[in-house]
Design a protein around this ligand. Sequence first.
Ligand SMILES: [Fe+2]
Ligand SMILES: [Fe+2]
Length: 241
Amino acid sequence: MTIIHLSDLHFGMPEYVKELGTNVLRKMKEIKPDIIIITGDITNSGYLEDYEEAKEFIDSLESKRKLIVPGNHDARNAGYLLFEEFFKTRYPVMKIGNLKIVGVDSSQPDLDDGHIGRSIYDFVRKELEGFPVKIVVLHHHLIPVPETGRERNIPMDAGDFLKLISQLKVNLVLCGHKHVPWFWKLNGILMINAGTATTRRTKARVEASFNVIKIEEERNIFVERLSSRTFKKELIYNGVI
Ligand SMILES: [Fe+2]
Ligand SMILES: [Fe+2]
């Protein structure tokens, strides 16, 4: 099972780099992933034309399955309504074999701060309980990411949500937002942050990138980060989840 994890495409932003977008499209044709997961900020301002461009790009990504959650930028200017129009739901759920993937909208209109909300916890619990491999997808990071400056946008209820996913024995969390790739392993949960795949809005010498995740024999996981510019690979994680 090959999962591509993209994030922070930011269509409509002057820092969007067409060449990087073209590279990502080209690489998807080569990899042909089983699923592409996009952890939000597909647009820069939530405007209709941003969404139209993002939709066209996402539609041309080569994969049978796509799961997308909104980010804080997508929720701006009532963009969350357009997100639902273009991608049906802000809480996508997918089952592939023994894998269950649940997407959660952690954005709030016109705020950068993350918030999941207690009313969503039951939905997450019901969707994930009983599945051998559980994956949660959201835009905001649940734990601070190094070299990203002052911490300020972690979901306000991150502590409670971490407790919930810990109790549920979630195997993998995928998120974005900070434009800096990183991973943590906490209480048995592997948490992977993707960088920005298609913009020059990066920090220091961090390059635009995306993650290639391979899950085999139920829980063996192999995670690589690929530069969107050079396709240079870096091993992130090789182990069991
Ligand atoms: Fe972003
Ligand atoms: Fe964001």
